[in-house]
Design a protein around this ligand. Structure first.
Ligand SMILES: NC(=O)C1=CN([C@@H]2O[C@H](COP(=O)(O)OP(=O)(O)OC[C@H]3O[C@@H](n4cnc5c(N)ncnc54)[C@H](O)[C@@H]3O)[C@@H](O)[C@H]2O)[C@@H](O)CC1
Ligand SMILES: Nc1ncnc2c1ncn2[C@@H]1O[C@H](COP(=O)(O)OP(=O)(O)O)[C@@H](O)[C@H]1O
Ligand SMILES: [K+]
Length: 476
């Protein structure tokens, strides 16, 4: 599991550790890790040119001490001081002692143009809002320089706690972060500014429950359902799919295609697209009567391509089994009926659907995904999986939010969300909790998307067909 903690928690852990260590020891650990990462990037430190962008806090201190370590190994190091009077004094002394030079911001351009590596020590977890006007031009010059940009702790200008980017920010090729990931390093749009992320252990002791966590292969492998010797199709779980319409029969086919690859023992389809479903997947149990009249299922998926009929949605919400609401189902579901349910509900909106439910704009949701997913989960007292460039899954109680680390922008293709809904529903029927079903499905779906696309466009049905390969790799 990869975990991330918000700034307040990091600060508390840092204070506790600092109280037990000699003065400055923590910063030296950070600087050593930072210098090592820069050295790896440079290949040969001796003779290289490094420019440090230095703000007025400890983030600048880290960069200065790391610069001093690189200068000791023969790099030419130039520090650009945004605020000479408030520069970390110890860090500046250390750099000067080994021959580092210092220039004001208006003379940074020349040094930046010749740099191999630029170290962004403008601001770290003490930052608020986008870069200030004096710092923003330096971020632009760094980007234009062609040098590799290494962010200290986080790219200056992003919101560490949420992943929002509210103004100018540094775009890094590599972020060297200390003690723990910060949520913003894992969540778009900020994640994109971070480049690849390297975590340096500085010995922090952090609480058991992170703010954000990302499953990794081993975590998913432990959650995947696996039939036992005594299993039969009913024990493995039956998933009901109420989806598709005469206008959109394909949504039903795609939801079933995902459901068949998700671990349930049988897939039951109810709705007007039964012929299309059977033609493609003869193993499906098909009925054209409403969900109420279908046989027993262990979980329902309702909504993909379903059109305007609210009846199946209401019937499914009244069932005492886990329910997944997607697409039209989200729009047609009565919020009070969702809140009144005792069995789990999993909602899977994309940003536009989430915006409609929250009464805000798509841009607002995409810019502040973590807030949106938590707000929606709280408002519906349900688990919410917010799809998009960073898929997030939040339970209703404001606990740890899961962030999906797999996926590819090629998944932005019509119908791939339908596949995800069937897959998630199947995992619900197999007995996973809503949080696990959503995050395991997103993980498998993202991996399957990568396999299906492999650098070229893929259709939603290709994604569904790649799910078994993703499953096998995770279990391997
Ligand atoms: N506290 C600790 O024990 C450790 C802290 N470390 C480093 O210290 C950093 C935190 O240091 P600080 O608390 O001094 O805070 P920062 O260095 O992150 O930033 C504080 C300074 O940035 C300015 N600032 C705030 N928002 C800005 C913006 N939008 N644009 C431009 N300037 C802005 C503030 O005026 C303030 O002077 C961490 O990110 C990490 O790099 C590491 O050395 C590890 C140990
Ligand atoms: N930029 C992106 N990067 C990664 N995944 C994406 C991106 N955009 C969309 N996706 C994924 O693609 C799928 C699209 O689902 P959705 O928007 O419901 O499409 P549809 O309604 O056509 O099925 C979701 O799993 C979503 O997370
Ligand atoms: K920084």
């Amino acid at each position: 599991m990869r975990t991330a903690y918000r700034v307040e928690t990091v600060r508390t852990a840092e204070r506790e550790l600092m109280a037990r260590l000699p003065e400055g020891a923590l910063m030296q650990r950070a600087a050593a890790g930072l210098a090592a990462a820069c050295a790896d990037l440079l290949g040969r430190v001796y003779g290289s040119r490094v420019v440090l962008l230095i703000g007025s806090g400890d983030n600048g201190g880290d960069a200065l001490y790391a610069g001093a370590r690189l200068a000791k190994r023969g790099a030419g190091v130039t520090a650009v001081l945004l605020n000479p009077d408030r520069t970390h004094p110890g860090g500046l002394r250390a750099l000067r002692r080994v021959g580092g030079t210092v220039v004001p911001p208006h003379r940074a351009d020349h040094a930046l143009q010749r740099a191999h590596v630029v170290v962004d020590g403008i601001v770290g977890i003490g930052g608020k809002g986008g870069l200030r006007p004096d710092a923003a031009p330096l971020a632009e010059l760094a980007a234009a320089s062609g040098a590799a940009v290494v962010a200290v702790d986080l790219p200056s200008g992003i919101e560490a706690d949420t992943g929002e980017v509210r103004g100018a920010a540094v775009r890094a090729d590599l972020t060297v972060t200390f003690g723990t990931h910060k949520p913003g390093l894992l969540i778009d749009p900020a994640r994109e500014y971070a480049g690849s992320v390297r975590l340096v252990d500085i010995g922090l002791t952090l609480p058991a429950d992170p703010d954000v966590e990302a499953l990794q292969h081993a975590d998913v492998a432990a959650l995947l359902p696996h039939p036992a010797a005594e299993s039969d199709k009913y024990r493995r779980g039956v998933v009901g799919i109420a989806a598709g319409s005469t206008r959109y029969p394909g949504a039903a086919v795609l939801a079933v295609s995902g459901a068949l690859r998700g671990g349930a023992g049988a897939v039951r389809y109810v709705g007007p697209a039964g012929d299309a479903v059977i033609a493609r997947f003869p193993e499906t149990l098909v009925s054209d009567r409403g969900p109420k009249h279908a046989g027993r299922v262990q979980a329902w998926v309702v909504g993909p391509g379903a059109g305007d009929d609210a009846e199946p949605v209401a019937e499914v919400l009244a069932a005492d089994v886990p329910v997944l609401l997607d697409a039209d189902g989200l729009r047609l579901a009565d919020r009070d009926a969702v809140r009144a349910r005792t069995a789990p509900t999993l909602m899977t909106p994309h940003a536009g659907e989430a915006a409609a439910l929250l009464g805000t704009s798509r841009e607002e949701v995409e810019g502040a995904r973590l807030t949106a997913v938590r707000d929606l989960a709280r408002s519906y007292d349900a688990t919410v999986l917010l799809k998009g460039s960073t898929t997030l899954v939040s339970g209703p109680d404001g606990g740890t939010v899961r962030v999906n680390p797999t996926g590819t922008a090629w998944l932005a293709t019509a119908g791939s969300g339908d596949v995800l809904s069937g897959l998630s529903g199947s995992l619900l029927a197999a007995g996973l909790s809503a949080l696990d079903a959503g995050s395991v499905a997103a993980y498998l779906h993202g991996l399957a998307g990568r396999y299906a696309a492999d650098g070229a466009p893929a259709g939603a049905h290709d994604v569904a067909e790649a799910i078994p390969a993703a499953w096998r790799d995770i279990r391997a």
